[in-house]
Design a binder for this molecule. Structure first.
Ligand SMILES: NC(=O)c1ccc[n+]([C@@H]2O[C@H](COP(=O)([O-])OP(=O)(O)OC[C@H]3O[C@@H](n4cnc5c(N)ncnc54)[C@H](OP(=O)(O)O)[C@@H]3O)[C@@H](O)[C@H]2O)c1
Length: 316
């Protein structure tokens, strides 16, 4: 099959190229999926910007790249839950097994959900991990109608869903996003939008019931001052604030751990149900055919993007 390979002699997006590798064989509990669209997100951005500590660039041989954490496609083998021809979406395991930036991926069935007929592959690929991370964070924070929710990093691949899900729950949503993101974030449900270029977290006055940080820059010690007495700090990068996570154990304010290492059928099904009833909408900044792979990665590293960059594969 065709797959994205890494050429370790090159830099940035230039180190990505197309090549041929063996088609994966699904193990017990997995199905083979013909990939039709893949979302690029923070994981891939870290890879091209070379700040991923797990980057394998020290090796010298060309090899399949360990990227592609959200995909949609068509099942091409019979499993226990899924059969050939079903259209699905899901997200491979962050640290184990194959990723989806290839023509086929062998995916655990328990990670997948079937797409409704009304949802195309490109918007579907924009959902799995971004929406599941937002959903998990908001399940833990459990804002009630009228609660104030601040989403920091609202224009990114997780933030666009955090805004929508919080608004669908009836929360009063304030968003901090990229400079040009205000009109779109308001359409997605934010009542107030600030550009992080003009307004920092420290500049905000008032308190929030929930602060959901996707910028990876906030710590519990600074967020606490802007939380209500029993407010919740949702931190998707807890490894960057271990002291804060520990301090939260002894505080009335909460900082639950959010870790979504792969998608789950249960959450994906809930997300698709929200899409079907119009509570959330997939957010795609741009879609590029696999032939324009490097352009897609260049787009990804550009600031001021809203939502996901998608790479599409033509049908086999
Ligand atoms: N715990 C988990 O299971 C889990 C799962 C998925 C993701 N994550 C983490 O969640 C984070 C967000 O992921 P993502 O896919 O949404 O990334 P993303 O698409 O890169 O979004 C990050 C957003 O933050 C914005 N931003 C940058 N600096 C900011 C600042 N100072 N203040 C406010 N916003 C700022 C960016 O704007 P620009 O485009 O202008 O730079 C971008 O819109 C990443 O750290 C990722 O590793 C964790």
């Amino acid at each position: 099959m065709e797959a994205v390979l890494i050429d370790p002699t090159k830099e940035g997006a230039e180190k990505l190229c197309l090549g041929t590798v063996p088609t994966p064989r699904p193990a017990d509990g997995e199905v083979l999926v013909e990939v039709r669209a893949v979302a690029l997100s923070a994981w891939e951005k870290g890879f091209v910007q070379n700040d991923d500590p797990r980057s394998l660039t020290r090796r010298t041989r060309r090899r399949a790249v360990n990227l592609g954490l959200e995909f949609s496609g068509v099942v091409r083998s019979d499993g226990r839950r899924f059969t050939r021809g079903q259209r699905v979406m899901g997200g491979p395991h962050l640290t184990k097994g194959e990723k989806a930036l290839a023509q086929y991926v062998a995916a655990p069935e328990e990670y997948l959900a079937e797409l409704p007929d009304t949802l195309d592959f490109t918007p579907a690929a924009a959902l799995p991990i971004g929406a599941e991370t937002a959903l998990t964070g908001l399940d833990k924070a459990a804002p009630r109608p009228g609660d104030s929710v601040l989403v920091v990093g609202a224009s990114g691949g997780v933030g666009v869903y955090a805004v929508q899900i919080a608004a669908a729950l009836g929360a009063d949503v304030t968003a901090i996003g990229g400079r040009n993101s205000a009109p779109r974030l308001k359409e997605l449900g934010a009542r107030t939008v600030h550009s992080y270029r003009d307004t920092t977290f420290e500049d905000l006055t008032g308190t929030y019931d929930v602060v959901f940080d996707l910028s990876g820059r906030l710590h519990f010690s600074q967020v606490g001052k802007k939380l209500t007495r029993t407010g919740t700090f949702v931190n998707v990068n807890p490894h960057k604030d271990l002291a804060g996570m520990a301090a939260a154990l002894f505080s009335r304010r909460k900082a639950p751990l959010v870790y979504v290492p792969h998608s789950s059928t249960t959450a994906q099904t809930r997300i698709l149900e929200m899409v079907t009833r119009g509570a959330i909408t997939p957010v795609v900044e741009a879609a590029h055919d696999i032939a324009h792979l490097r352009t897609a990665f260049t787009d990804l590293t550009r600031n001021e993007r809203l939502g996901k960059i998608i790479v599409t594969w033509p049908p086999d």
